[in-house]
Write a protein that binds this ligand. Structure first.
Ligand code: NAD
Ligand code: ZN
Length: 271
């Protein structure tokens, strides 16, 4: 019989809901796997290549300096593809979690994804740790940046402020993450984490769940495959975001939702 509380813990959706339901400040951190069920491929999945080019070459300053046209071509394709994808039930259910997580608990949503599927699923706000796929910015960092999700036209002009070449606004391999979302997470001071569809390999976002687990805080992982984080996760739920999240969120929110329904049923009917 296992005596270690970690071993004894149920590795089930029920067990995960029990752990996360006790949190007062729940951080939900999503990676590329979260959008895979909506049809947006992960980088490491398949063969990790686009037209025989490695993702690390396309999503890096070196790659952009070598062949800006190629990088922009890849971004156009991704922008157009994401625009044709719809949020899946797992993403939609996170909007419910944000609204109905038992009070006084709160939920903070953060993602390393650059797509806008969580926003389109009704999640608000979403902290984008790696920027947005639809942002175009000055490559000389003069501060010029626009949201360019209409027709990509902003990618075809020089920076209107300083004349330098413009580049996609994503955070690339080897670049610093924007400070604001990391500050917002630190200020939120999460006491639990739900990690969905992340390989836990891309730093520094990948440090957050292990640090929390080392501090003894509950961290639940949803991923069809084992990750470097799995061995220290409180619970690893093996499956896809689309299949697992709706049931987990239902367990976490149904008490609040039922309470609200009962309350509205017993509220006096206005004359
Ligand atoms: P990653 O580090 O986020 O890893 C993807 C993880 O998702 C893997 O561990 C994989 O096992 C898991 N996964 C695959 N299908 C899943 C599913 N259906 N449900 C749950 N989990 C699933 O991502 P990466 O692919 O190595 O990409 C690195 C970075 O590139 C990302 O952090 C992001 O910045 C960017 N990226 C963004 C998008 C997007 O915006 N949708 C897509 C690919 C990559
Ligand atoms: Zn500029």
């Amino acid at each position: 019989m296992p005596t270690d509380p970690v071993e004894a813990k149920e590795k089930t959706v029920d067990g995960a809901a029990r752990l996360l339901g006790r949190c007062k400040r729940l951080l939900v951190l999503t990676g590329a796997g979260m959008s895979a069920d909506a049809g947006v491929p992960t980088f490491r999945g398949s063969d990790g290549l686009w037209n025989n080019h490695k993702m690390e070459e396309l999503a890096s300053l070196d790659g952009f300096q070598r062949n800006a046209e190629l990088v922009w071509e890849w971004y156009y394709e991704r922008r157009l593809h994401v625009a044709t994808c719809d949020p899946h039930p797992g993403q939609r259910t996170l909007a419910l979690l944000q609204q109905h997580f038992p009070r006084p608990g709160r939920v903070l949503m953060a993602t390393t994804n650059e797509d806008d599927l969580l926003e389109r699923a009704g999640v608000h706000p979403v902290l984008h740790l790696h920027g947005s796929l639809f942002d175009t910015m000055c490559s000389a960092h003069c501060g010029w940046r626009v949201r360019d999700h209409q027709d990509n036209s902003m990618s075809m002009i020089p920076c209107p402020r300083c004349g330098a070449r413009v580049r996609p606004g994503s955070v690339w391999y080897g670049e610093q993450l924007p400070r604001e979302p990391l500050h917002a997470i630190a200020e939120f001071d999460p006491d639990g984490c739900l990690l969905v569809g992340s390989s836990c390999l891309v730093q520094p976002a990948a440090e957050i769940p292990p640090e929390m687990a080392m501090d003894g805080l509950p961290v639940v992982e949803i991923n069809p495959d084992e990750t470097p984080f799995s061995s220290i996760a409180s619970v690893s739920l093996r499956g896809t975001a689309k299949d697992i999240l709706p049931g987990l969120v239902d367990l976490l929110t149904s008490h609040t939702v039922r309470g609200q329904r009962t309350k509205s049923a017993t509220d006096p009917v206005p004359p």
